[in-house]
Design a protein around this ligand. Structure first.
Ligand SMILES: [Zn+2]
Ligand SMILES: [Zn+2]
Length: 206
């Protein structure tokens, strides 16, 4: 099969007992989705495309916009490559959540409201995440954690360098609304947190 991917997308191929998985990764969005080729007992070859991430996650829509046209083109190319004298079925893009590949090794820190003492914020510390795509992967994999706790939540990645002596890490506000990823110091992050905590008792969380 000859097919060239856009420069910001890479693919890894993994053999299955009865087929092949193509796992796609985007330079900034992280895991994008996968195409699975599976042979069934009756000799039929099924080609299925699945977008990565939880259906409710707004980022899944973003990933889907990139992955859907790509997966359609690839599925057609794969069908042509496989289909020599064989029955091949191309299934439409599935938006069901992919099985989470591995559990994230993250530490979570619950921050109480200074007035009522209830949990008002959640900080997920991802000590392995430095790049934007790694932060996105983390946001995908830890979604159930921040969705269930339903308080203001951030993912803070590993330090990537120093500015004026202070370590700088990627910071991603993930809940209740998603914000763009920024790089900042602990001091900057604390200021953001302190601005949000008072809203727990007497304000709308945005
Ligand atoms: Zn992670
Ligand atoms: Zn409170």
């Amino acid at each position: 099969m000859s097919f060239s991917l856009p420069p910001d997308i890479s693919v890894q191929r993994q053999r299955l007992d009865n087929g092949m998985v193509y796992q796609f990764r985007h330079k900034t969005l992280g895991q994008l989705g996968r195409i699975v080729l599976q042979d069934s007992a009756d000799g039929l070859c099924q080609i299925s495309s699945e977008v990565a991430g939880d259906r409710d996650d707004p980022m899944t829509q973003t990933r889907s916009q990139i992955f859907e046209p790509l997966s359609q083109q690839l599925a057609t190319a794969l069908k042509a490559a496989v289909g020599k004298g064989r029955q091949t079925v191309v299934n439409p893009l599935s938006k069901k959540a992919l099985p989470t590949p591995s559990k994230e090794s993250v530490t979570t820190e619950q921050i109480p409201c200074p007035r009522c003492g209830e949990i008002a914020a959640l900080v997920i510390v991802a000590n392995h995440a430095k790049e934007v795509a790694e932060m996105e992967d983390c946001a995908q994999k830890t979604r159930s954690i921040y969705e269930n706790s339903d308080v203001a939540a951030w993912i803070v990645g590993a330090p990537v360098g120093n500015i004026e002596g202070a370590p700088v890490s990627p910071i991603l506000r993930v809940w209740p609304t998603r914000h763009p990823i920024r790089y900042g110091s602990p001091k900057m992050f604390c200021a953001e947190l302190e601005a949000i905590l008072p809203r727990h008792c007497g304000g709308r969380l945005t």
